[in-house]
Design a protein around this ligand. Sequence first.
Ligand SMILES: [Zn+2]
Length: 425
Amino acid sequence: MKLQKIHFILFQIVLIILFASCRSTDPEVFTGYAYDPAGVTETSDREIIPQHKRTIGFLSDGVWISNEFPGSRASDIYRTDDFQYTIEIRPEISPVNNSPWYGFKIWSSDTARVTVELAYPEEGRQRYTPKISTNGGMDWKPVDPKNYHSGSSGILELDVSQDTLWVSAQEIYTTEHLSVWLDSLSEKSYIRNSTAGYSHQGRPVSLLKISEPSSKPLKGVIIVYNRQHPPEIPGYIAGLKFLETVAGDTKLASRFRDYFEVWAFPMMNPDGADNGHWRTNAAGVDLNRDWNYFRQPETAAVQKTLLPLKEKPNRKVFYAIDFHSTGRTLFYPIIKEIQTFPLHFTYRWADEIKAALPEVDLDVEPFDIVSPIAKNWTFKTFGADAVTFEVWDEMPRDQVRQLGVRSAELFMKLMIEEYQNHIRN
Ligand SMILES: [Zn+2]
């Protein structure tokens, strides 16, 4: 090969490298947040790694460990010494965000103290403080700190007996929990449950509408998304409490429902919740990165349900909330430079919550609108302001419920004012 030609090829390679690196730093081309795995915005179906369901008995110790129930995750279980076990936990897809979900049951023929190591051989490190249930997953509490050590893996001391102990990263709230909750609410005449569509594995993507007949010619619409990410239980609890409060019997709630209706998707990722996933749906996709393309049945069902709102002259989308959980409690509003309707609502709502609940320590971190997430799609589609509402993973659950209720009360008060301003102008 001539030297000139080699030079030309080298020049082309340099150009390609430069072009590729420019693309990745272009702020308009969103390729994922810092904590996302590579390729997170490529939301076509992928093959997930199945979890084998089984119950393993260690006969010399008389101890049994099982993952044969919805919401569980324990990929491999083995004995390392007398009354000592390692549970290996693997995600449904790799690489994936560090939301290492686990869930198993343990019991024994005689009372015994056992040591369980929660190990992450493939990726991930211990994040969630174990929650324990002694009544079949009805009630949960965090493990006693003196029986728990956390590093890259988690070490747990457990007192086991014939009574089954449930151990999980967070409370196990599967689609079964959701249907009980939906049934309890649907006794009210102004609440309608329906199905927006179905997941890959045929589970319903539920739509809960809170809507009362009203004299108003225009009704505001509030959209609520929840549980796109299966392990994010505190956000799920806060979201359900928010909806219960808006659907409540108080004067404020009834007044709010005269101006507004709520369209809620309380369980966006039912397959992920029932299969104990760390992050994704049954096709290995992070649903909250699919709001540009709608390649997944769950996001597509929600889009199809909401789009007709654009054509309704007697409806106007005012706001959307997307509930999540992370290492602290914070709001991700849309940056103030962007003209939302209502303008800067999230900032005012956050201020009210901070004043009412200082112990919650709510942070506010504005973001631009380039990422393909639910909040940004709602703004781009309806012009409405929206928030990603993150609740701290380990917030005491009484406080989580209080946050759900109180934030809803403040929200209703502020939103009614927004409605009245809108009509006046
Ligand atoms: Zn999330």
